[in-house]
Design a protein around this ligand. Structure first.
Ligand SMILES: *[C@@H]1O[C@H](CO)[C@@H](O)[C@H](O)[C@H]1NC(C)=O
Ligand SMILES: *[C@@H]1O[C@H](CO)[C@@H](O)[C@H](O)[C@H]1NC(C)=O
Length: 473
């Protein structure tokens, strides 16, 4: 996200994902009542990845959503544990006709049952960032921050949300890289993504997609996309998303350059979507919605998330929240109208199979010098045990923080070391007890003698923000 004044606040932002509302709502309504108090959030079909698209059951699923961050990026509040807020805002989500919200921060010790059930009843999925301001990679010095305490927190967040059918996907990171001179963070971002996938598989959860949300930085975005989709199966992301503010109304598919972004990613083999969009330089009529869900883009893109639901002082809000009341801004109706007019049908021309990308070579804009090609940091040894035993109770939003906690990675991973080698016996992904399995250990993952020093200094120090992919608004 970008904003007029670069303030290094932290990060989290919300996102939303959307699907085909009418169908989802219909399915959800039958189960809404029964799900109100349970841990299951109703009968929304779980979303899976096929080729370069998402599917809900047999139907192509397009993310049609908003970023949901009431309180702003510096607040680090958990909107999914706030039942009053959630109830208040779902009324507006339904008016918008969305099927997804992105949430940038949650408290992994809080209860989320009621809000998740209410979202499901409204046909809405959750796209969730697992990082918090205190538990995240430090883009200024990523090596030490990729440690066991950090992974324990994000694994605990997975535990807290894997049980909900309407958990759409997890973002492993948000805008960690925001400049060419911190592209050296990329191996850490990708290692975290790998570890999350391994944790989900090892704990016996369903295959909830895991991927990264990249900043709107033209010079290295394509490299990052190919990087997250290269290497061995265990290393590769389930999807890729990026933030894009290049379409400013009045504009067009060509004028915005979105046509180029379709051409450039035409062979990309995993789902791709916009994790934030909605330029505010123009009148904000949301003309881009017609392109995003139109036949020129659906073969390559799976929708996106408008930044952002509530006004937080940066001009991007679709509504203004005041206590229990919500006031719709003028662009709210524009967006609702565009969503309602643009509902793709059929499979949108997706590709059912494709070829993974080739890892990017070193260049002026891709300054990865340690862990080159498909090399990645090994999982920190203290974190490998979580695959078998579960992460246990998370630190929530008030823990002491992980960035300087010690217990960092000490070597290079063996390709394939992130594969799931054993699955916990509680197939439904229970809370952690009965794991009968042993996932690949950190010891196996280490390659002796390849420990590097350089990787622990990642390019430039970036402002103050140590937060998770702390975006600069
Ligand atoms: C996609 O693949 C085709 C066939 O291999 C190739 O001709 C084309 O250049 C590729 N496009 C991109 C953007 O890489
Ligand atoms: C890194 O690049 C950004 C521009 O993208 C620049 O503002 C910043 O000063 C650079 N940092 C260093 C340490 O060179």
């Amino acid at each position: 996200m970008k904003c007029a004044i670069a303030i290094a606040v932290a990060a989290a932002a919300l996102a939303s994902a959307a699907a085909t509302p009418a169908k989802i709502v219909a399915r959800a309504s039958s189960s809404a009542a029964s799900s109100a108090t349970g841990t299951s959030s109703g009968s929304l079909p779980t979303v899976t990845v096929k080729g370069n698209a998402f599917f809900a059951g047999n139907d192509r699923f397009y993310i049609r959503g908003v970023d949901y961050q009431p309180g702003g990026s510096s607040g680090a509040a958990d909107p999914i544990s706030n039942i009053a807020g959630c109830t208040r805002d779902i009324v507006e989500f339904k008016k918008l006709g969305i099927n997804t919200v992105r949430v940038y921060t949650v408290d992994n010790t809080a209860n989320h049952d009621q809000c998740m059930a209410a979202l499901a009843a409204a046909g809405i999925y959750l796209a969730l960032d697992v990082n918090t301001p205190k538990y995240s990679l430090n883009r200024g010095d990523p090596g030490p921050s990729y440690n066991a305490d950090y992974l324990q927190s994000i694994f605990a967040t997975i535990d807290a949300f894997a049980k909900y059918d309407n958990t759409l996907l997890f973002f492993s990171g948000n805008e960690v890289i925001n400049s060419d001179n911190n592209t050296n963070c990329a191996p850490y971002v990708k290692a975290v993504n790998r570890d999350m996938k391994q944790y989900i598989g090892s704990r016996g959860y369903r295959s909830i997609p895991v991927g990264y949300s990249a900043a709107d930085v033209e010079s290295n975005r394509y490299e990052m996309a190919t990087y997250m989709n290269c290497g061995t199966d265990d290393q590769r992301s389930d999807f890729f998303a990026f933030n894009d503010y290049s379409w400013c109304d009045p504009s067009s598919y060509q004028q915005s350059g979105w046509d180029q972004k379709v051409a450039q990613y035409g062979n990309y083999s995993i789902p791709l979507f916009l994790s934030e969009y909605g330029c505010i330089k123009g009148p904000r009529t949301f003309e881009e919605v017609a392109s995003l869900y139109g036949t020129e883009m659906t073969p390559v893109y799976s929708g996106g998330l408008v930044y952002e639901y509530s006004e937080e002082g940066n001009g991007y809000g679709l509504v203004t929240i005041s206590g229990s009341s919500v006031t719709e801004e003028s662009d709210f109706q524009n967006l609702a109208s565009e969503f309602s007019k643009n509902q793709p049908s059929g499979d949108g021309g997706y590709k059912s199979s494709g070829t993974p990308s080739t890892c990017p070579a070193h260049s002026n804009t891709w300054e990865v010098t340690a862990f080159t090609g498909d090399e990645l940091p090994a999982i920190p040894s203290g974190a490998a045990a979580y695959m078998k035993s579960g992460a246990g109770k998370g630190p929530g939003l008030s823990g002491t923080g992980s960035q300087n906690a010690g217990g960092a990675s000490t070597g290079t991973a063996t390709p394939g070391s992130g594969s799931v080698t054993a699955v916990a016996s509680s197939g439904s992904g229970g809370s952690g007890a009965a794991a009968s399995a042993a996932a690949s250990s950190a010891a196996q993952a280490l390659m002796a003698g390849e420990m590097g020093v350089a990787p622990f200094v990642c390019g430039a120090v970036v402002l103050v923000s140590s937060l998770l992919g702390a975006s600069l608004l």
